[in-house]
Design a binder for this molecule. Structure first.
Ligand code: SF4
Length: 204
């Protein structure tokens, strides 16, 4: 019986190598939740579009499915896709800035994604998925990595210029941003229908 390759061997598919990653084990053990890494690597080569968010929350940490929460419901509505489409890895690749739930800060908000995650995996994951259609950059961490420093509101407001390059800068769909959505009704009135059209075209 041949010995299987270790999880970090180059012959192991990248999503499986990421799932085996334990680089942040000590960091997560020091958080209030003292959880273990559970990387949610949800992508396949050749997907039609890439969704990049921040990092899984606790609910996704438990379920192992990206955006399996209220934020995901709102994100799917913005994209105009149902759950079956969104979780079909051949169509939608979810490549966040951190693959694991990072824990909570003192106010109960999610900690930032560990920088080591994007430094270790991001370039490889994007190459693995390959050239795709729309890239959805959700929130400040994803937008800063791709576009450099800047304000989320400015980038979202400038959605037409970014969309011309296939990049969709979005606010985080969290309930925490409901006030932002009310203060910026143009986003759901103008940017969301255009995003839905781009997603429809990419998935057709
Ligand atoms: S957050 Fe990223 S680098 Fe850290 S353990 Fe999870 S997969 Fe590994």
């Amino acid at each position: 019986m041949p010995t299987p390759p270790p999880p970090h061997a180059p012959s192991v598919p990248l999503p499986d190598r990421i799932r085996a990653c334990r680089l942040c084990a000590e960091r997560f053990a020091r958080t209030a939740t003292a959880h273990r890494p559970r990387p949610v690597a949800w992508f396949r080569a050749g997907a039609r579009l890439i969704v990049t968010g921040q990092a899984p929350g606790m609910r996704v940490h438990r379920s192992g499915r990206p955006f399996d929460d209220a934020s995901g419901v709102r994100l799917r509505r913005w994209m105009g896709v149902d759950e079956e489409t969104f979780w079909d890895r051949d169509r939608v690749a979810v490549v966040p800035m951190g693959f694991c739930f990072p824990g909570y800060d003192a106010k109960g908000a999610d900690l930032p994604p560990p920088k080591v995650c994007a430094a270790t995996w991001r370039e490889a994951a994007l190459s693995y998925v390959g050239a795709v259609g729309p890239r959805l950059l959700i929130g400040g961490y994803a937008q800063a990595w791709h576009l450099g420093p800047g304000r989320v509101t400015d980038r979202v407001r400038d959605w037409r210029a970014h969309a011309a390059r296939g990049i969709w800068c979005l606010p985080h769909p969290s309930w925490r941003n409901t006030g932002w959505l009310k203060a910026n009704p143009w986003f759901e009135a103008e940017a969301v229908p255009a995003l839905q059209a781009a997603v429809r075209e990419a998935l057709a």
